[in-house]
Design a protein around this ligand. Structure first.
Ligand code: NAP
Length: 329
């Protein structure tokens, strides 16, 4: 069996790399057992992936960091949780200059120490730092806190009327040419913002729109998700679903979710994550500081929701019937 480690190594844990297999397997999004020699089976922890517009594949399940880096005494636990997640294949890490005012980026830096070649780092800039003069400075500060040379994906955290979108996009493109970022995207952009983005120079280079999406917040299903997933659509960007397990606001206590979890021999969080990831091209970024939660979330990759599960979830959390503006946390 020939092996191409280059791609696998970036996203998988060390064990999986040792057990590497052709990149074709990764491209087929498989998590499976492979026979190499008679009687010898290897369990591949092959994380399913999503293709970004430039062809780069990233894990469909990543890790969030909002709330991390705020308390010194939680630092070790947060670093350990992120490291465990990376080793379980959740090697896309989402952070922002806003989280803990740089504290979360510092936690990420410690978590990826020695693992930098197999993580995909997403961070976000405040809109008030998104001007021609401020954006390069904010980017340098993030790079310094993260202790990396290039940000894999740099997002505008949310839209404000100033600076003009054209200015932010042009500056993102300059940072890309300078090798400071590999690609850029946006967050909390509803359809009208995306349409405006598409109309400006280099706007279609947007790699992702990070938005609120979970069982209780299905607003994007009405028009934003169809706009992006429609093959005729000029948009090729992916959706990154934030707060996928409901931001600790009671979603996981829902009776229907618990019933389905029992039926699937899974946890409510695993069902909530599997439900988000059922949509092609949608990446989920749950945040977990607790190692038990990290392990729980990693296992959601193997859950296959049945028609009955999906119908029960639709009855409990109905899909949108009309346009509602995109909520934001
Ligand atoms: P979330 O991931 O839906 O929920 C996080 C909460 O759920 C934490 O309290 C966590 O607890 C708990 N949790 C995680 N896994 C669990 C499990 N298996 N079982 C039980 N509880 C579990 O909410 P979020 O943090 O708002 O969203 C995720 C990430 O998206 C953020 O961290 C951030 O990176 C990003 N985000 C972006 C925006 C934006 O404007 N772009 C907005 C919000 C969030 P522990 O921490 O104790 O493990």
């Amino acid at each position: 069996m020939s092996a191409d480690y280059t791609h696998l190594h970036r996203f998988l844990g060390r064990d999986s790399v040792v057990a590497a297999t052709p990149a074709a397997l990764l491209q087929r999004n498989l998590s499976r057992q492979v026979s190499c020699f008679p009687g010898f089976q290897i369990r591949l922890k092959c994380m399913k992936t999503v293709e970004l517009p430039d062809g780069t594949r990233v894990p469909v399940l990543g890790q969030g960091t909002w709330g991390m880096g705020e308390k010194k005494n939680a630092h070790a636990e947060e670093v350990a949780a992120l490291r465990l997640g990376i080793d379980l294949g959740m090697s896309l890490i989402d952070t922002a200059e806003m989280y803990g005012e740089g504290g979360a980026e510092r936690v990420v830096a410690d978590a990826i120490e020695g693992r930098g070649d197999r993580v995909f780092i997403v961070t976000k800039v405040y809109p008030h730092h998104a001007s021609r003069t401020e954006l390069p400075k904010a980017c340098e500060r993030s790079l310094k806190r993260l202790r990396i040379e290039t940000i894999d994906l740099y997002l505008l955290h949310w839209r404000e009327r100033t600076p003009p979108l054209e200015e932010t996009v042009a500056t993102f493109e300059k940072l890309r040419s300078a090798g400071k970022i590999r690609r850029w995207g946006v967050s909390n952009f509803d359809v009208d913002d995306l349409e405006e983005l598409l109309s400006i120079k280099d706007g279609p280079n947007c790699a992702t729109d990070q938005v609120l999406y979970n069982l209780e917040n299905r607003e994007i299903e009405f028009d934003l998700l169809p706009l992006i997933t429609d093959h005729q659509s000029p948009f090729t960007c992916t959706i990154m679903a934030y707060s996928p397990v409901g931001h600790d606001r009671g979603l996981l206590e829902n009776k229907t979710l618990k019933k389905i979890a029992k039926r699937q021999d899974a946890s409510p969080a695993q069902i909530a994550l599997a439900w988000v990831m059922r949509q092609p091209g949608v990446i989920a970024i749950p945040k977990a500081s607790n190692e038990k939660h990290v392990r729980d979330n990693a296992r959601s990759i193997d859950i296959k929701l049945t028609k009955e599960d999906l119908a029960d979830l639709d009855r409990e959390f109905s899909p949108p019937k009309s346009k509602k503006s995109l909520p934001m946390l």
